[in-house]
Design a protein around this ligand. Sequence first.
Ligand SMILES: [Mn+2]
Length: 338
Amino acid sequence: MERKDWHIDDDNARACLDRLRESSMICIPTHQNIDADGFGTALALYHALRQFKVNCFVLVSDGKLPDSLRFLPGSSQAVIYGQDELPEYDLLCMVDCSDRRRLGDFYSDDPSRVDNITTPIINIDHHITNDHFGVINIVEPRAAATAEIMTVLLDHWGVEKSVTIAQCLLAGIYGDTLGLRTESTTSRTMRMAADLVDAGANPTSITDALFRLKPASTVCLWRHALGNVEWTGALIWTTISRSMLEECGSDPSEAEGIVNFLAGTHGSRAAAILHENEHGWRVSMRSMTSDVDVAAIAAEFGGGGHPRAAGCQVTDGEQGRNLFLTTVAERIARQQAV
Ligand SMILES: [Mn+2]
């Protein structure tokens, strides 16, 4: 069976809608470090449930809504945890959450909110590591984005795709596929995106918001980061220090694209960005070469991830950092020889 040939079981889709419709208030929490797929899918569901006259709210569970996602229709109605009053609810519907505990302060302030099984959870996700923690689970790892699953689910439910819903769903798909560019993007993803454009979604505004527009502080940070690029063997790497963030007035999330940018450098086998933190360095690694597995290298340092994208924490100051860099350079040279 081809990757694109996944489907949602009709009985499961109907059971999901029944459960949603019998609730008096649904909380749709977003995973921490919210992204376009997590937020766009949650907002699409919010708009769809309003068509069914079901009461619900989207919760930004770590209290941080990035400016870059405020273009999404309905974003101003989202409840910001720690800032807005948390309404009472009798059902949690998690979308794009691989782990039910990855919910920022909403979880850590009171773990019983998620661990206490008296509040049922519906689980709609596309992460391969999702362990089906819900009373209803609609989990499909072959989907490129949870927004792709939601698009199909709304078809099962007979929901009319308003311009608003189409915009939220296309933003989710674009977010996780980097604008239909990742390996996970199938012809079906592209057709679905085209249908959403026909329904009124605006790909230009999504591309601008997610990939082009940026604050001046981001350019300041990239200037510093690119100015400090170094090579250790075939590893290309740079650092983000706390003083750089302070000088530029940047949030650490503004450094996110740098490691992907470096990973495409000819002559490199892997790229790393080292973020200074209180314990040393939080490292994010990428490889565009199929014979270099950065997850295996990260695992040696207590981290993990995917073969092409992984991370770990490095301690023991300058010495620990240098040991890390030379170890990575050795590993990627050895993997090359195999
Ligand atoms: Mn996703």
